[in-house]
Write a protein that binds this ligand. Structure first.
Ligand code: DX5
Ligand code: ZN
Length: 219
């Protein structure tokens, strides 16, 4: 059976306690830390940037799975790499030249992720699938935590998984947005191997993070 990784989104954490929240996630069995970076332009919300990521680096040895929802993204890749990101995920719509941005992330020796919004087709990243480490499938329109999962995305995960299998590609399939205890099973069966979750992990079972991570993983 494939190993399912859980990448809790700190968007739902207590922002006044971020360092401790990240420690708590590590102690509770998280595999990665999902950091949602928003600029109020590419998405209608603003969160955190490189200096915050840099200080958080001292609180965990888990990989930082940094999801950049900023445009233009290219000129900021260096800052996020130097701040201590391990995976840098970008949206194709946020750069003038996807190939160049992928190469720049690799230049900094970081893992490359590319994210597809619910209405973005797999086709637009098809020629890069053999050179990226991760595809982040959005199951909500990015911008906010706590939105409802869009079930039509399941088909897209299946299609991507098929392409991955047919070509023996190595990339991870990560799904982000509205993941809960009822839909995680379908998402995993469709082919995802990394689940992002904010609301479910921080709010379900009175915030019992450990239990919520274990439950999501074992679905
Ligand atoms: C949405 C973000 C997600 C989101 C996940 O723009 O990319 O990471 O915060 O949170 P939930 O699990 O609450 O949908
Ligand atoms: Zn995200």
């Amino acid at each position: 059976m494939k190993k399912i990784q859980i990448s809790p989104s700190i968007l739902s954490a207590d922002f006044s306690q971020l360092g401790n929240e990240i420690k708590r996630l590590e102690e509770s069995g998280a595999d990665l830390i999902h950091v949602d970076v928003m600029d109020g332009h590419f998405v209608p919300n603003i969160t955190i940037g490189p200096p915050v990521i840099k200080t958080l680096r001292n609180y965990t040895s888990l990989p930082f799975d940094v999801h950049l929802m900023i445009a233009p993204v290219h000129k900021y890749i260096k800052n996020f790499a130097e701040a201590g990101s391990d995976i840098i995920t970008i949206h194709p719509e946020a750069t003038d030249d996807l190939k160049e941005s992928i190469e720049l992330i690799k230049h900094f020796k970081k893992k490359v992720g590319v994210s597809l919004n619910p209405n973005t087709e797999i086709n637009i990243i098809k020629k890069y699938l053999n050179e990226i480490d991760l595809v982040l499938i959005m199951s909500v329109y990015p911008g906010f935590g706590g939105q409802k999962f869009l079930p039509e995305v399941i088909e897209k995960i299946k299609n991507l998984y098929q392409i991955k299998k047919d070509n023996k590609f190595k990339f991870d399939i990560e799904v982000d947005g509205g993941i809960n205890f009822s839909n995680s099973k379908d998402v995993i069966s469709a082919g995802a191997n990394i689940l992002v979750s904010g609301t479910t992990i921080f709010k379900e079972n009175n915030g019992d993070i450990k239990k919520n991570i274990e439950t999501l993983r074992s679905m």
